[in-house]
Write a protein of this length. Structure first.
Length: 302
């Protein structure tokens, strides 16, 4: 029987306030909303749930507030099988929130960090043994950069493979980027790190090849929405197209991809095995409303 992969996620836990509307408001405009939903989220929490749903042993390092949202999030994480012992409950602090304006075509998000902003290098170091005992560590950028960098350094020093999902896109030094074995921006985020707009697939591939020279030994994977993903390998750029599906909610697609990527890496699979599964996981996730509820199991992907 295969060993259960161990994944540690250091990142954010939010309560998502999802506002459904027919179209986005213009500046200064008020529009009528259709529904509001309260859904536990945060990129870190979503990725932790995604890994657990696929069958990994998952430890989450993060923080919630000592409020009703924090209690609800902890209950949900426990229910999905995520180990919550390294999630701090901070009394007198609000839980992070993400307000998601969702239309049939797209979504936009406003984040208030709350307890997520209290993550620090010291709070990460307090759980360094969880990272050291993992097969893979994944981090995002919804917690302070000192915490992200501390987690990456502990993993790197311990020989644990690292995935950096640079979302939301924030300034990073080359040294910080170089701590990641896998770097997984979407197209917009990749443009920011390249410092230029990318108008065509040919330009995208040129910049990906240049990235390989800039960060040798790192695997760059650019997620491209309905076009799937493109991955820079020693043999060139490999693109895995996404299947055509009926889109319900795109919120958790990137998180689902990153979760399945981590699961494959932690399981010892090759990229040739892992990437198609990860793309399929992302495509499945957009067919279900709610980022965490849309995270697939292996049965969903078979």
């Amino acid at each position: 029987m295969a060993k259960q992969p161990k994944i540690t996620v250091a990142g954010s836990l939010n309560m998502d306030l999802v506002l459904k509307m027919k179209r986005m408001p213009k500046v200064g405009e008020t529009v009528q909303g259709e529904e509001i939903h309260y859904i536990s989220g945060g990129k870190g929490a979503n990725q932790a749930v995604g890994c657990a749903r696929l069958g990994a042993e998952v430890n989450m390092i993060g923080a919630v507030g000592g409020d009703a949202f924090g209690t609800e999030i902890m209950t949900r994480m426990d229910g999905f099988g995520v180990r919550t012992g390294a999630i701090s409950v901070l009394e007198g602090t609000s839980t992070g929130t993400a307000t998601i304006m969702h239309t049939p075509e797209d979504n936009c998000i406003v984040i208030v960090p709350g307890a997520n902003g209290h993550n620090s290098a010291d709070s990460i170091a307090a759980h360094k043994e969880l990272i050291r005992q993992s097969d893979v560590l994944i981090v995002q950028l919804e917690i302070p950069m000192p915490a992200v960098e501390a987690a990456l350094r502990i993993a790197r020093e311990s020989g644990v493979r690292t995935v950096l999902n640079p979302a939301p896109a924030l300034p990073l030094t080359d040294e910080q980027i170089g701590l990641a074995d896998y770097f997984t921006p979407n197209e917009t985020e990749f443009e920011l790190y390249c410092g230029t707009s990318i108008a065509s697939e040919e330009q995208l591939f040129e910049h990906m090849k240049a990235w390989q020279h800039r960060f040798p030994g790192q695997t760059l994977i650019v997620t491209r929405g309905k076009h799937g993903i493109s991955c820079a390998t020693a043999d060139g750029i490999v693109t895995v197209p996404a299947p055509i599906v009926q889109v319900v909610d795109t919120t958790g697609a990137g998180d689902s991809f990153n979760a399945a990527l981590c699961f494959g890496i932690a399981s010892g699979w090759t990229l040739e095995q892992t990437l198609p599964l990860a793309v399929k996981a992302a495509s499945y996730s957009v067919t279900v409303f709610g980022a965490q509820d849309g995270m697939p199991t292996m049965q969903n992907l078979s």
